[in-house]
Write a protein that binds this ligand. Structure first.
Ligand SMILES: [Zn+2]
Length: 299
């Protein structure tokens, strides 16, 4: 049998690969992909066939049984009440039936402090993967609490209000950012809105104006899919985008002469039309663009 350390490193490696695979496109994976995930020369199932809790059993392609739940998932149509709860921790409801059975291996993940995957279904039907730890368990209320990081979970329960607030904010970001990225990148069909570069791992979901709403899931119109270089250039106002979806490059940069990245990657983008999602409901908000463009013009 695997030692606990071996199981831990297997889980870490698998979780990294699942998240990295998702981020090579729009940050999401379909249920089919999660049922046939390529790992160590095999196609393995990393999500339960139908239910929420996946405890690999006899069909698991590795000889070693796992001590605890490998993954949990939340569907949009589900009857369960998974949500962010006070303190930044996230709630996951038990699967119906006995508090033992499938649910007992969730408890095992908590006792052994083993990381697991949490798949959150998005509006597209696909799932965003998260690495989580089970932090606390309430069998009589039939739910557990989870967090993206054990140290953050401890800090979120701290007696110091400053430490607590800081941990809560980080955990909220960790919860919302991957879902925001998935929505934006998928709306832009995994392309940079400025240069149309189509490599998911080189793309970010940028905010047009600072997101005051903690629930970024509603703010795809405040997002732009941008490659890393154009994201940073937009953030520092080398690039501006006007409310008519035209790209502008700062005047002094247009005068500069340098190698191919500046010439082709930046200067040639001047006056290009932004590539925007076909769906009107997902196109960037013109008022936010205008607000942001004034900052570019007045620098
Ligand atoms: Zn770009």
């Amino acid at each position: 049998m695997w030692t606990i350390e071996e199981e831990q490193s297997f889980r870490d490696d698998l979780i990294d690969k699942v998240i990295s695979h998702a981020n090579s496109s729009d940050g999401m994976l379909s249920r089919y992909e999660l049922g046939n995930f390529p790992y160590a020369g095999k196609d393995i199932r990393v999500i339960d066939v139908q239910g929420g809790i996946w405890n690999p059993g006899a069909s698991w392609p590795f000889a070693e049984p796992l001590r605890a739940t490998l993954s949990i998932n939340t569907t949009l149509s589900g009857k369960y009440d998974d949500q962010e709860v006070q303190g930044g921790l996230w709630r996951y409801d038990y699967q119906s039936g006995s508090t033992e059975g499938k649910n007992s291996k969730l408890r095992k993940a908590m006792q052994l402090q083993l990381p697991l995957l949490w798949f959150r279904q998005q509006a597209t039907g696909d799932y965003v993967p998260y690495r989580v730890f089970i932090i606390n368990d309430f069998p009589s209320e039939r739910y557990c609490l989870m967090a993206p990081d054990r140290a953050l979970a401890v800090a979120s329960q701290s007696e110091s209000p400053i430490e607590r607030k800081y941990a809560e904010r980080l955990m909220q970001q960790r919860l919302h950012q991957p879902a925001f990225r998935a929505q934006v990148i998928s709306a832009y069909e995994t392309k940079c809105a400025i240069c149309t570069l189509a490599h998911g791992r080189l793309l970010d979901a940028a905010h047009i104006t600072p997101d005051r709403d903690a629930d970024s899931s509603t703010s795809v119109t405040n997002g732009l899919s941008l490659c890393k270089i154009h994201h940073t250039a937009y953030d520092i106002n080398i690039v501006g985008i006007d409310p008519d979806y035209k790209v502008h490059i700062r005047e002094d940069i247009l005068q500069e002469v340098d190698g191919p990245m500046l010439e082709h990657g930046i200067k040639e983008m001047d006056m290009r039309s932004l590539w925007i999602p076909p769906a009107k409901s997902k196109q960037p908000d013109r008022e936010r663009l205008a607000e942001r463009f004034r900052v570019f013009q007045n620098q």
